[in-house]
Design a protein. Sequence first.
Length: 66
Amino acid sequence: MGKRISIWYDPEGDFLEVLFERKEGYFRKTKNDAVMEKVDKEGNVIGFSILKISALRTQKPLAINL
């Protein structure tokens, strides 16, 4: 069986979080102020979060270089 991706959206906070792995890590900034990437202690990307995601609806496409 493959890995599970966890997706969590908080409509009140307008916040989306996507996790590729459930393990300890921390968030760090990206080139887009609304997007943070979650990395493990080795620096591997294990997820990302997007703040105020509804405001990004007008940006086409939403492209992030991790």
